[in-house]
Design a protein around this ligand. Structure first.
Ligand code: 13P
Length: 264
């Protein structure tokens, strides 16, 4: 059957390495990953290494279609914030994206919706595209609070953001119970929340924004489940943790379409 052209947004697939890989491990990964990629990519591909590998990663991906992202930013411009990194510093080492409000930062470092909102604003002020994360705990899911929690996080993060910026934000739905557990949300579970997020965007910003924002799924994404997640109408890509640490496995995830064809 001929392929029907999809009205979907261009997919974005991002690797979140978390606190993994030294610069020499980064070099090995990127060289192997670039060799495994097809010459033309159908998705935007972003690698988010730890801060200490950013400059090296930039030099290795230069001239390729792979983009660089940070895993966190500070919301201030500069000053007495020991241990923190400003958005402008990240832009200066080649970042185009920044993950903001990951559940590990919310849970382990006390990041609130109010702080996340400031970080998103700071990212836009520096031409960094935020990948803003939302998601519920297992307890919240079991109490039927998923949509309520996600709605609160989205409204909190986007409050007061001009619509031109909102259109460019990338959102990532990462159910906390699926992160690093091997328990992926089923495509139906992911689609339900992604559609709810799109409806919140529509309600707050109108159809154009809701149709242009890319909503990624994150939580135990693997080469084997990427294609079925991507088949969901409102899933526009993946934010990948564990499976992005291996170059071959992340390349397979990026190549999810050929994997699906091979399995048909
Ligand atoms: P895993 O893919 O290891 O479940 O991690 C998901 C995640 O937190 C990506 O940001």
């Amino acid at each position: 059957m001929p392929e029907v052209s999809s009205p979907k947004r261009r997919p974005l697939i991002a690797a979140n390495w978390k606190m993994n890989k030294t610069p020499s491990e980064t070099e090995l990964f990127i060289n192997e990953f670039l060799r495994a990629l097809p010459p033309k990519l159908d998705s935007d591909v972003v690698v988010c290494p730890p801060f200490t590998s950013l400059a090296l990663a930039r030099s290795l991906i230069e001239g390729t279609a792979v983009a660089l992202g940070a895993q966190n930013i500070n919301e201030n411009v500069s000053g007495a914030f020991t241990g923190e990194i400003s958005p402008a510093m990240l832009v200066a080492v080649g970042c185009h994206y920044a993950i903001i409000g990951h559940s590990e930062r919310r849970q382990l470092y006390g990041e609130t919706d109010a702080l996340i909102k400031k970080k998103i604003k700071a990212a836009f002020q520096n031409q960094l595209t935020p990948i803003a994360c939302v998601g519920e705990t297992l307890q919240e899911r079991e109490a039927n609070k998923t949509l309520e929690v996600v709605e609160r996080q989205i409204r909190g993060a986007l409050e007061g953001l001009p619509s031109a910026e909102t259109q460019r934000i990338v959102l990532a739905y990462e159910p906390i119970w699926a992160i690093g557990t091997g328990k992926t949300a089923s495509p139906a579970q992911a689609q339900e929340v992604h559609l709810a997020i799109r409806n919140i965007l529509k309600d707050q910003y109108g159809s154009q924004t809701s149709l242009s924002v890319r909503i990624l799924y994150g939580g135990s994404v693997k080469p084997d489940n990427m294609a079925e997640l991507m088949a969901c109408e409102d899933v526009d890509g993946g934010l990948v943790g564990g499976a992005s640490l291996d170059a071959k496995s992340f390349a397979e995830i990026v190549n999810y379409k050929s994997k699906k064809r091979a399995g048909q």
